[in-house]
Ligand binder design. Structure first.
Ligand code: NAP
Length: 470
């Protein structure tokens, strides 16, 4: 894929970049390694001051950064501004909380026959981050803020269609005070990932992206014995039970499906509705989906902008067509517009069956699949009946049923009477083909830390480590 900014609202190529040469890549890795050693001599408080400076810059530059993202991948300007603000919040969160998250944890010294024993969380070195375009700032920040606070350095291989946002991120950390090389953007295609991850100086990798990319990076990392965190696709269920507030559920369902023009890993994609409320919910949901305004993402009245790429639009239209050709019913949308820009109308499809692409594949655009179920058990069977397990949503006002959903939904996140979202305070990640490892919270920060056991003996005759030698 060429490294270029192409405006999805017009299809116009605005800027292209040559990929970095092997020599440039090697030099960048060398700088990241040197910066790691330099960060070793800094305190958490010092890194925290730089992280706060990054937050200040993000807030001061919010509007122009948001415009850049909208131009590169088509999200609405309002959503882009909110994304910048969220990144600033995450920077402040990690600046404030890293001292607690990285503090030594004392162990029971007597139990391990030590004078003192504790667990220390230390950085590991340069980490490669392979990132997607859908939240071009936030996806990177939720790796970068905890990683840099822990004292790691970052090498970013961003998606090829958001090079300007990628370059902005490198500049941001540099201007905030982090040493040169602490966070570097590599303008490279995915074919360079093997070379980078094979370099002994690069200690680990995190990928947010498709299953295909996940398998490829996990293979390289397996060969090289390096740790990975994989945040992959999702086909999140949104279950509506008879006791749910249907108006609220339909309102949130519409946002949960169409935010970011439908291109979110944790968008609700499969709406699984109890038969007692199916018709009422379907009517409310389709009405709200049809009422969304599709258009210029810079216009404040627009709810849904264009998809990020022409290929992405072709793909979701093909998924809808496949369902229709095999007997599904379209309640609204489903027509590919002609004219400039890669727009697609909010669409609701029902009468889906196993074997249709929409049944098993992730649909990465404003297209909802609606499923009728007759019981709680059937709802769980359909909800868990995919290879994904990222987020999940259930709507019910019955407290006992809420608890059952929390246990039975096979996913990394369960949101009851709300939509799945990410917070710096809560771990984020998936199970099954949605990946492994976690981002955010202390759990995310420690994914790229060496959890080091430190045991200090009494240093006296007869007071050794005891009988356990392994
Ligand atoms: P993608 O094609 O996998 O691209 C993501 C990143 O991986 C890009 O930087 C891409 O580089 C790179 N890449 C692609 N193929 C690769 C390979 N074989 N080896 C190494 N790197 C490779 O994903 P996308 O279609 O752009 O993004 C949407 C996907 O990301 C969806 O499945 C979505 O659900 C998932 N996602 C997951 C999360 C999460 O947190 N779980 C969050 C957001 C998105 P190029 O751009 O140069 O190809």
């Amino acid at each position: 894929m060429p490294i270029a900014t192409t405006n999805p609202a017009t299809g116009q190529v605005l800027k292209t970049y040559d990929p970095m040469s092997d020599e440039q890549i090697d030099a960048a890795i060398e700088r990241a390694d040197l910066a790691f050693r330099q960060l070793h001599g800094t305190t958490i408080a010092e890194r925290g001051r730089w992280m706060i400076a990054a937050a200040d810059l993000l807030e001061a530059e919010r509007d122009e950064t948001a415009r850049l993202m909208t131009t590169e991948m088509g999200k609405t300007y309002a959503a882009a501004k909110a994304e910048v603000t969220k990144c600033a919040i995450a920077c402040r969160f990690y600046a404030d909380n890293a001292p607690r998250m990285l503090a030594d944890e004392p162990a029971d010294a007597a139990a391990v026959k030590a004078k003192r024993a504790y667990v220390r969380h230390q950085p590991i070195g340069p980490v490669l981050a392979v990132m997607p375009w859908n939240f071009p700032l936030w996806q990177v920040m939720r790796f970068a803020a905890p990683a840099l606070m822990a004292g790691n350095t970052g090498l970013l291989k961003h998606a090829s269609n958001v090079p300007q946002t990628a370059l902005y991120l490198e500049e941001l950390f540099r201007r905030a005070g982090f040493p040169e090389g602490a966070f570097t953007t590599l303008l490279v295609g995915s074919d360079a990932v093997d070379r980078i991850l094979s370099d002994p100086r690069v200690r680990a990798a995190t990928l947010t992206g498709s299953e295909r990319a996940g398998r490829s990076i996990a293979q390289i990392a397996g060969r090289e014995l390096k740790k990975t965190v994989l945040e992959l696709g999702g086909s999140d269920p949104f279950v509506v039970m008879p006791s749910a507030d249907l108006d609220k559920a339909a309102e949130v369902a519409t946002t949960a499906r169409c935010q970011n023009n439908g291109q979110s890993c944790i968008a609700a994609k499969r709406f699984i509705v109890h038969t007692d409320v199916f018709d009422a919910f379907a009517e409310k949901f389709a009405a709200r989906m049809s009422a969304l305004r599709v258009g210029d993402p810079m216009d404040g009245n627009t709810d849904v902008g264009p998809l990020a790429s022409e290929g992405g639009r072709d793909e979701i239209h093909a998924q809808v067509q496949d369902a229709v050709d095999n007997g599904a019913t379209v309640l609204c949308g489903g027509e590919k517009p002609s004219g400039e820009g890669w727009y697609y109308p909010p669409t609701v499809v029902t009468d889906l069956r196993p074997g249709m692409r929409m049944w098993s594949e992730e649909v990465f655009g404003p297209v909802a699949g609606l499923y009728r179920v007759g019981s709680y058990e059937e709802a769980i069977e359909v909800a868990n009946g995919t290879n994904f397990g990222l987020g999940s949503n259930a709507w019910t006002s019955d407290p006992a049923e809420q608890e059952r959903f929390a246990v039975d939904l096979d996913a990394g996140n369960v949101f009851i009477n709300g939509m799945t979202t990410s917070y710096p305070e809560l771990p984020f990640g998936g199970v099954k083909n949605s990946g492994y490892g976690r981002e955010l919270s202390a759990v995310g920060m420690r994914e790229f830390c060496n959890t080091k056991t430190v045991w200090v003996g009494k240093g006296e005759a007869g007071a050794g480590a005891g009988s356990h030698s392994e």
